[in-house]
Design a protein. Structure first.
Length: 218
């Protein structure tokens, strides 16, 4: 029987104070060594997923470059279908399979615009993307593992309903501060610590001054 959801790994690099970017959106926290580790992980998963703001601010490629291996399918959460034609993801989507996930809120004109790009469009959810439904749809497509690479809003959407299996955090030797700087987990947050998913520390790895923490959800 097909599983109802792929194995989901949340991945991020944080400062010691739990930020994933500065208030201006500067997010380069990983070291070269950590980048190689991340790309090895990317090469082992079926898909890699980010939210629209991360595409807007980082303009990522989401490919495997610092090691040998296959590129995962790229998935962008983009309720209104507003991803820029000039983003690296769209510019390379002819060669690297890419899925843009929109909600029913998308306008007809935005949907028509998206259809012109060489991407697959998945519609899931009323206003914003319904993550549970999306994971079900990805399972039907035989996607068995998804690496979620943020940002904070996307992380919250997976965490609030317990829709993840593993969390890999690179604790980077920086202190960023700023109440408006993006944290590892954004959204409304839990009201009580007892509402938080319970995590078991599976392993730690020191990469010079960076510390990679690998947790599994109990
Ligand atoms: N250090 C790191 O590991 C790391 C990783 C990723 C991103 N970042 C940083 O995080 C910042 C962006 O984070 P963010 O929280 O603003 O945005 P995000 O990247 O999580 O994107 C959120 C947006 O995605 C779209 N979306 C649609 N459906 C959604 C759903 N169900 N759940 C969540 N999003 C949905 C919405 O437009 C939403 O506003 C950037 O500055 C980026 O550099 C850092
Ligand atoms: N592990 C990790 N360390 C970081 O320092 C950082 N900024 C990210 N951020 C994840 C986010 O998805 C980024 O946009 C991509 O890491 C950029 O991906 P590319 O190199 O362009 O493929 N992730």
């Amino acid at each position: 029987m097909e599983k109802s959801k792929p194995y989901v790994i949340l991945s991020a690099a944080t400062s010691i104070d739990g930020k994933i970017a500065t208030v201006t959106g500067d997010s380069k926290l990983s070291s070269k060594l950590d980048g190689i580790r991340l790309h090895k992980l990317r090469s082992k998963v079926d898909a890699i997923l980010v939210g629209k703001n991360t595409v807007l601010l980082d303009d990522p490629m989401l490919t495997v470059r610092h090691t040998k291996g296959k590129n995962p399918i790229r998935i962008v959460l983009d309720s209104k279908g507003s991803i820029s034609k000039n983003s690296k993801i769209i510019q390379t989507s002819k060669k690297i399979p890419t899925i843009v996930v929109v909600s029913n809120k998308i306008t007809k004109s935005n949907l028509e615009r998206l259809k012109k790009f060489p991407v697959e469009i998945i519609i899931a959810g009323k206003n914003s993307v319904d993550i549970k439904l999306l994971l079900k749809k990805l399972s039907y497509k035989k996607i068995k593992s998804v690496l979620v690479e943020g940002g904070g809003t996307t992380n919250w959407e997976f965490i609030k309903n317990g829709l993840f299996d593993e969390l890999i955090i690179t604790l980077s030797p920086f202190l960023i501060g700023g109440k408006d700087a993006v944290s590892l987990v954004e959204g409304d947050g839990f009201k009580k610590i007892t509402n938080s998913p319970i995590l078991r520390l599976k392993s730690t790895m020191r990469l010079k001054n960076h510390l990679v923490l690998n947790y599994v959800k109990v």
